[in-house]
Design a protein around this ligand. Structure first.
Ligand code: LLP
Length: 413
């Protein structure tokens, strides 16, 4: 039987649902704070920069909370940079990743004065040099090097293999660093890699560190000294009883391999900072049985939480109180007209219409990946601090969904 979740920190889920309705994303401040501190503690007094990957959960209040804890930020768009600035994050702690930065993106980040660009192609290097030149600035860079290791995670979230679109090929790295060294508006600062997400084994990280250190040493021999080494993000969380790598284990492994090389370590964790903090609350609209198969149709759908549909991710789904209803083996599905619209399959639950279900570990890649498919407004978001709930994003109103559209009339043509 499933577990019960009745409170988030000290706030009763029942009260949240009464006040804010469903579907509702709720985050725990204590959980985010603890997760971030685990990274800080892992580094201790060693020089480091933890750049939270904004893509995992980009709500302004979440960014603000992490900024207050001392975080830097890993961004992948101009929009994310604007969010960081709006939330009061420090631009000098921002690193800019992504394979498709436009000239506008580059200019905006140059003018803002970010910590580093993670350059992902030769074309981007020359473009960045040009744009920096026009502004009379130096662009601080790392190359994101693709170490060609198998992260042993879902293929859609594996990024460090030769066939993935990310980064520059390992074999080209020395040549590109030498080219960058000659450019008048490029300042080489570091090296970066990111091999995938939801990693639960240490060995791919070990292989990646070994390969990156080889490169760092080869560059030093050519007279190119780096200031920082960015190992990306990727630590997995416990969705379904996975054994986890702790930040401490990862950081200790890296420093052991670093030896006496004097490099500032940077990391870009996303999921492992915010994933556990989040809950998606949804109400059972009705239950139905088709030819012996039981369905609970809930008011959250794939547009609210796409992870189960997109990656067949298994996410914990719990009820908020004990029930006398019979236990059935349910597929928990949303109202969207797609067979792929499910939050969970084959869950033994005692359910009736009106019950509240709690999807756990929904703080990362949940709300941020939500859409308006089927003209469904996106959920509200709440941040809990002990016994207080703060509305950090209003529920979208249906009128908002077509506010930017125009009705073209052809009557008078
Ligand atoms: N750095 C870079 C360059 C990345 O591409 C990512 C994630 C991260 C850091 C943060 O990785 P994390 O620590 O969160 O694993 N939507 C998928 C996950 C996509 C991850 C994309 N890149 C999911 O829901 O599982």
């Amino acid at each position: 039987m499933s577990q019960l979740t009745s409170h988030i920190e000290q706030v009763a889920i029942e009260d949240l649902v009464k006040t804010y309705g469903t579907p509702l994303y709720v985050y725990s401040k204590a959980s985010i704070t603890e997760a971030f501190k685990r990274y800080q503690d892992a580094f201790g007094a060693r020089k480091h920069l933890i750049c939270y990957a904004v893509k995992a959960n980009s709500n302004l209040s979440v960014i603000r909370l992490l900024a207050d804890l001392g975080a830097g930020f890993d961004i992948v768009s101009r929009g994310e940079l604007l969010r960081v600035l709006k939330a009061g994050g420090d631009p000098t702690k921002v690193i800019f990743s992504g394979v498709g930065k436009t000239r506008e993106d580059l200019r905006f980040a140059l003018e803002t004065g970010i910590h580093c660009f993670n350059v992902e192609s030769e074309a981007e290097l020359y473009r960045l040099n040009e744009e920096a030149g026009k502004l009379g600035l130096m662009a601080p860079i790392s190359f994101r090097v693709n170490p060609d290791v198998d992260a042993k995670t879902h293929p859609y979230i594996s990024t460090g293999l030769r066939e993935n679109k990310f980064g520059i090929p390992y074999d080209q790295a020395v040549r590109l660093y030498e080219a960058a060294h000659q450019l008048p508006h490029i300042a080489i600062k570091g090296i970066d890699c990111h091999i995938g997400s939801q990693l639960t084994e240490l060995s791919p990280y070990c292989d990646a560190v070994d390969r990156m250190l080889k490169l760092i040493d080869a560059l030093k021999e050519k007279g190119i000294e780096l200031e920082h080494f960015d190992m990306g993000g990727g630590l997995g969380i416990d969705y379904q009883g996975e054994t986890l790598i702790t930040p401490q284990t990862l950081v200790d492994m890296i420093y052991e391999k670093l030896g006496d090389r004097d490099l500032m370590m940077t990391m870009e964790p996303g999921r492992s900072i915010v994933g556990d903090s989040g809950y998606l609350l949804t109400e059972v609209i009705l239950t139905k049985e088709n030819e012996g198969k039981h369905f609970a149709v809930v008011d959250a759908a794939m547009n609210d939480l796409i992870r189960p549909a997109l990656y067949e991710s298994w996410m914990r789904i719990e009820t908020t109180q004990a029930s006398d209803a019979p236990v059935h083996n349910y597929d928990i599905v949303g109202p969207v007209c797609e067979t792929g619209d499910f939050l969970g399959k084959n869950r033994d639950l005692a359910l009736s219409a009106g019950d509240i279900l709690v999807v756990k570990q929904a703080g990362a890649y949940g709300f941020v990946m939500s859409s308006n498919y089927n003209t469904r407004g996106r959920a509200a978001e709440i941040l809990i601090d002990q016994d207080q709930a703060y509305l950090i994003r209003e529920r979208e109103r249906l009128e908002d969904l077509f506010a930017n559209e125009k009705v073209v009339s052809f009557d008078e043509r």
